[in-house]
Design a protein around this ligand. Structure first.
Ligand code: PEP
Ligand code: MG
Length: 591
């Protein structure tokens, strides 16, 4: 075909499939990096204006930092607000400012270039100092310099939602705080160089039915804005500059998939009961209040996990008690009498509030660091606002409370003690709440799994967060694409741990659910049910395929599958065993 000669070559790349769907559109390359600094010469006649522009940017930056400092002081505390003194000091640093002006006078280059050059020099000098305190000043200079540059360039902090619009986002990485505005950005698909199936940005994409592929290594440096790309989120394939015949082929695949999906949606109206008459609870994981409509759309038995940290990520301030209350009440009322399990704040790990180094200091191992309940027990004012709101909302529906990342009995006791204090405070205020509010905890840390018998005495239910549990059990960072192949949900250690937790919980009449991604994977669902899991909570669009399978299997077969799997030693062999079980029942839908 002669017209193909001028067309760019089709390039196919394999990544990790992370959210199903097929998309075709223009690429938007999103690199999370520092501000891009333009370079140009400034005319002699404009020198004064250029210096005035610099002064104005410094004033604006000072105002912005002071505003943040005041907010932090009111919302969190004066101690935490003090970090910004260091930032304000950078703005007073005569050496830095005077040197910028000297550089400008000597070179006539635009003030951004001069300021960037001088501040980079300072950052480098500070970061090479041995003294830890002085070394940390490099970070302060970097933060402030970014802000000054943004002000000089007239950029408010750009968010993905402002940039993308109906395009395929190709990024080196996307943070959960980027994805909070994902509904507004109307992305056709998301492709990231790094990340994994359980990165939080990907979990969000799945809920929103945005196709996603992760682990494409260096695609964001190969692709350019405006390239055309075809994304196959089922197989994890990215095709840059697809040919006509590729587009035609994928058009057919898309039609088939869409037809299967609509059949599944139709069947999703039926109850989730196995062929031998066992009803299985299928719940939804949600991240935002406006996702509550998905519960009805996908016929879910309530919400098994409300990841409330998105209330923090979606906000320019720490939510107030009333804002929490409003959110929980809205969801609880919409669901009642179906349950709403509200998980308390799980910030940290890959979910931090950008620009808040005072709350989330940089850590070498964030997933093993200052996260979730650890953060809450240290910032009790933030935690208590949330707990009081959950309690107050509990009269408006069927609410249950759940703590994330509990590592042992002491931590659970501490969290429960804070909850008791909140109850006392509400009684004093005369605010009604459900006195018998059920309180559960997530089993995500191996130490919690190992002490399930002790923990079961102090709470009402367990929900296993397999996303984290697998990463901690196997020492495989859940967002590191280089070792994604080692992240094996069917590792015997995972099965044995689940088996142990379920046994200890059931002996004490505690129900156990799964709310990690494993619970929405139809290939693994029979294994989980066979092991004795009482409920599954998943991203809403995964419910139809899970329900469909449940209606084609018997619980006794699932129990046999689990028994056999527990005797096997190879993760791969266990996976294949599960896959065989699945395929035999789902022949038409297996791919
Ligand atoms: C999990 O760890 O499995 C879980 C459900 O919590 P998150 O993915 O929010 O860490
Ligand atoms: Mg978790």
């Amino acid at each position: 075909m002669s017209s193909d000669i001028t067309k760019p070559q089709e390039i196919t790349l394999q990544g990790i499939p992370a959210s199903p769907g097929i998309a075709y559109g223009k690429v938007f390359v999103y690199i999370q990096s520092s501000v891009e600094v333009p370079h140009y010469k400034v005319d002699e006649s404009k020198r004064e204006a250029e210096e005035a522009r610099f002064d104005q940017a410094l004033v604006s930056t000072r105002q912005q930092i002071s505003k943040i400092q005041n907010e932090v002081s009111t919302n969190i505390g004066p101690e935490e607000a003090r970090i910004f003194d260091a930032h304000l000091m950078v703005l007073e640093d005569q050496a830095l400012l005077a040197e910028t002006i000297r550089e400008f006078e000597a070179t006539s280059e635009n003030i951004e270039t001069c300021f960037d050059r001088v501040s980079q020099h300072y950052i480098k000098a500070f970061s090479e100092i041995e003294d830890e305190y002085l070394r940390e000043r490099a970070g302060d200079v970097r933060d402030v310099a970014q802000r000054v540059l943004q002000n000089l360039l007239g950029q408010t902090k750009t968010s993905l939602s402002q940039l993308a619009g109906e395009q395929i986002i190709v990024a080196n990485d996307i943070s959960p705080s980027d994805t909070v505005s994902m509904d507004r950005m109307e992305a056709l698909a998301i492709v990231t160089d790094s990340g994994s199936k359980t990165s939080h940005a990907v979990i969000m994409a799945r809920s929103m039915k945005v196709p996603a592929i992760v682990g494409t290594h260096d695609l964001s440096s190969k692709a350019t804005n405006g390239d055309w790309a075809l994304i196959d989120g089922y197989a994890g394939v990215v095709i840059l500059n697809p040919s006509e015949s590729t587009l035609f082929r994928y058009g057919k695949i898309r039609e088939e998939k869409e037809s299967l999906e609509s059949q599944l949606l139709e069947a999703n109206k039926e109850p989730s009961i196995t062929l031998d008459g066992v009803a299985v609870t299928l719940q939804a994981n949600i991240e935002r209040v406006d996702e509550v409509g998905l519960i009805n759309d996908y016929n879910a038995d309530g919400v098994g996990l409300f990841r409330t940290e998105y209330l923090y990520l979606n906000n320019d301030h720490i939510p107030t008690e009333n804002e929490h209350l409003e959110a929980y009440r809205t969801v609880a009322e919409a669901l009642a009498p179906r349950p709403l399990i509200i998980r308390t704040l799980d910030l940290g790990g890959d979910k931090t509030i950008p620009g808040n180094p005072h709350l989330f200091p940089k850590e070498s191992n964030p997933f093993m660091g200052f996260r979730a309940i650890r953060f809450c027990l240290e910032h009790q004012e933030i935690f208590k606002d949330q707990l009081r709101a959950v309690l107050a909302a509990s009269v408006h529906g069927n609410i249950k409370l759940m703590y994330p990342m509990i590592s042992g009995a002491d931590e659970l006791a501490q969290a429960n003690a804070v909850l008791s204090e909140c109850k006392v405070e509400l009684r004093e205020r005369g605010v009604a709440f459900d006195e018998s509010l059920e309180v559960g905890m997530m089993i995500e840390i191996p130490s919690a799994a190992a002490t399930a018998d002790i923990l079961a005495e102090q709470c009402d239910f367990f929900s296993v967060g397999t996303n984290d549990m697998i990463q901690y059990l196997l020492a495989v960072d859940r967002v590191n694409d280089r070792i994604a192949h080692l992240y094996e949900p069917t590792h015997p250690a995972v099965l044995r741990t689940l088996h142990h937790v379920i046994k200890e919980a059931h002996q004490r009449d505690l129900p156990v659910s799964i709310c990690g991604e494993m619970g929405g994977d139809p290939i693994l669902v029979p294994l989980l049910l066979g092991l004795g899991i009482d409920a599954l909570s998943m991203s809403p669009p995964q419910i139809p395929q899970v329900r469909y399978l449940i209606r084609l299997m018997t619980m006794s077969d699932a129990q046999q599958l689990a028994e056999e799997a527990l005797k096997m030693s190879s993760p791969e062999a266990i996976y294949q065993h599960c896959q065989k079980f699945y395929k035999e029942r789902m022949e038409r839908f297996a791919s």
